[in-house]
Design a protein around this ligand. Structure first.
Ligand code: 9MR
Length: 359
């Protein structure tokens, strides 16, 4: 403020003009939130399910970041710091620090935490991947791990992805992971039971990608779910990751969603992002593509919002800002803008589309 008055009268005139226009200039404006957010937040517009965000530390130390989380979202998922390779990188040595920070932050702000993910072939630590003991001992290690993690966060983490990506992309078969090899074809059932025994109140999910577009995979997952239901396996929900693009056909999303509804389970769109450049044909984010992305976010949220309330759980977006997205990291920084906010924390048209889908 002092700066404004100490400069030439020209600045004073601008300030005077702003006051006349009804704007206020405050010392505490966060400079990196440029576009004012709409009056309604995503979480206040969503009346029947939780809108969530994947996150990690140390992002949670940034005010510009946490301001948006606390305004817009009701739930968080740890993007990678609650996976086995982070929590138990060395046999017998648990490292809870990052997971604790995330959970404690959520508890202090009244946010829900969705636990992600107890068993995932890609986050298996080397010591377990190359385990020297017997199969029985291997299974005990997995049981001990699931029991330790679920028990630690009992009462704070109300839901878990128990198995992530357990079905292969082709031929509709189980993915041939170390868990399947060591614990048998029923390893997922065992893991659900371990998690349930540790916290009988927790909602337990099977989570996977391309369930809307890969028919063989979709069939296999729903076949497993029907079998598990008959056998009274403690599974409560299915997660569609929803790493999709603006070109993903609506009817495929709708058909897969209908199948989940028919299964009677909770449905979670668990890792939503919508690629604007799946064919790598643009090098800047064009107005046309931004509009197409807005419409796809709107469509996805509308499809979800129309399911019966008894199947609703939530929609979580996989990262806050375009430049945070795993898609950039994992694909050599190609041009992509898959999220709701741009690199400067501005709400994009994608955000508007999400909000429109809720209305
Ligand atoms: O987005 C996550 C990325 O930051 C991590 O490096 C990676 C490995 O832990 O996992 C990414 O998240 C994945 C999620 O856990 C499961 N579905 C696919 C996601 C993108 O790879």
């Amino acid at each position: 403020m002092n700066v404004l008055f100490s400069k030439a009268p020209f600045h004073f005139l601008i300030y005077f003009f702003l006051i006349l226009m009804g704007c206020s200039v405050k010392d505490d404006i966060t400079p990196d939130i440029i576009t004012p957010l709409p009056t309604k937040s995503l979480k206040s517009a969503s009346t029947s399910f939780s809108v969530g965000l994947s996150t990690s530390t140390p992002k949670l130390d940034l005010l510009s970041y946490t301001q948006i989380i606390e305004r817009e979202f009701e739930s968080i998922t740890a993007e990678y710091q609650m996976k086995m390779n982070v929590i138990l990188p060395v046999k017998g040595t648990y490292n809870w620090s990052k997971a604790d920070q995330i959970v404690n932050y959520a508890v202090s702000k009244g946010l829900k935490v969705h636990g992600h993910a107890l068993v995932w072939h890609e986050s298996t630590p080397d010591w377990l991947l190359n385990y020297q003991g017997t199969d029985v001992q291997f299974e005990q290690e997995v049981k001990d791990y699931i029991t330790a993690v679920v028990s630690r966060y009992k009462g704070k983490v109300a839901s878990w992805d128990v198995v992530n990506e357990g079905v292969s992309d082709s031929a509709g078969s189980l993915r041939n992971t170390v868990f399947k090899q060591r614990m048998g074809d029923d390893y997922m059932v065992k893991c659900f039971q371990f998690a349930h025994d540790a916290d009988p109140d927790s909602k337990l999910f099977y989570n996977d990608y391309n369930l809307e577009t890969n028919q063989a995979k979709q069939n296999k997952v729903f076949e497993l779910i029907e079998d598990w239901k008959l056998r009274k396996v403690p599974i409560h929900g299915i997660g569609f990751q929803m790493h999709i693009s603006y070109l993903t056909p609506k009817d495929q999303i709708q058909t897969a969603t209908n199948k989940a509804v028919a299964s009677g389970l909770l449905l979670f769109y668990s890792e939503l992002d919508i690629r604007a450049n799946p064919n790598k044909d643009i090098s800047t984010f064009t107005l046309e593509r931004s509009e197409a992305q807005r419409l796809k976010f709107k469509e996805v949220v509308q499809i979800y919002n129309a399911i019966p309330i008894s199947n609703k759980f939530g929609i979580t977006v996989w990262g806050l800002k375009d430049d945070d997205s795993w898609l950039l990291k994992h694909h050599n920084n190609f041009n992509e803008w898959p999220l709701l906010f741009d690199a400067n924390f501005n709400a994009k048209q994608a955000y508007t589309g999400f909000l429109e889908g809720l209305n």
